[in-house]
Design a protein around this ligand. Sequence first.
Ligand code: SF4
Ligand code: SF4
Ligand code: SF4
Length: 325
Amino acid sequence: MNIDRKQFFKVLAAGTVATSGVSTLFARERKLLPKNAVGILYDATLCIGCKSCEVECKKVNGMSGVFDTKLEQSHNVSGIWDGGNDLDSKTLNKIKMYRNGTSSTKDKETNGYAFIKRACMHCIDPNCVSACPVTALTKDPITGIVQYDKGACIGCRYCQVACPFNIPKFEFDKALPEIVKCEMCKHQLDKGGIPGCCDVCPTGASLFGPVEKLMKEARRRIKAQPGTKYRYPVSSLESGETQTHTVQKYISYIYGEKETGGTQYLILSAVPYEKLGLLKLPEKSAASTSEKIQHTAYKGMIAPVVLLGGLLYAAHRSTKQDSTE
Ligand code: SF4
Ligand code: SF4
Ligand code: SF4
């Protein structure tokens, strides 16, 4: 078996060309917001912390555990709250509270308090979708809703690790556990309705609508003069219902506009977002970065494979020539 230098470099060059072709094949553009994407604008300055949205979320999604009925019966009272402190496998939506010092003034960072609603952000380029090895999590191409298929899920929980917002929860207490997260009440939307949390919110703090219009609404609020009156749409941008409230001094930034490539759940606040537990995240989606790393790994694996294939082919030809000479 003889392979001369010329043959060796020919095979090496072929391997390099093949490798760069495969790399280009795997590369993908940053994902964009679907034209008709829907979302939720949560305005923390309007939220009164009533938790009606939490209760309705459980109701319309058939989740248990809103009120502890056993305790209610044993104490002969009603309304004993049984909500945890955070999202869990029975809670898709959680209102949390920020408190500082005397907690005397709403929407103030110092000696103040504020509310924040946590739920799936419905990322434009979702890490959970990218990480799921069996496409149990997918992004609807029309609405952009990140949805879950329990039939496809193998329970690996990669989505839990991949989500930068710590959203998906796992039903550890069940024999056949599923991943649990907000799917923007798509079953309600399919019937022409709106998400339960927006439907019941008494102040319009949770507002449903097309993402692009919600973004414009959020920008209008940020530009509005603090202290002036503003007509806030309630429940849905399309509902036509409004309430007039005094504009607070908003942080001049919409949380979700850029984080990890943008999200369809947008947040406004008068208190700095990091105080509300919302992380500063890079603008580039981690999904595209991790996929690139994966592709680099493929690249590293494919080059030797192609090279080995070439060398074997050259060896085969050389052996053939040796035997016929
Ligand atoms: S917030 Fe987490 S679970 Fe929701 S779409 Fe984004 S990555 Fe997925
Ligand atoms: S959109 Fe539906 S599932 Fe999501 S937080 Fe609101 S009520 Fe819950
Ligand atoms: S229903 Fe509206 S006001 Fe009440 S806690 Fe939820 S978002 Fe806040």
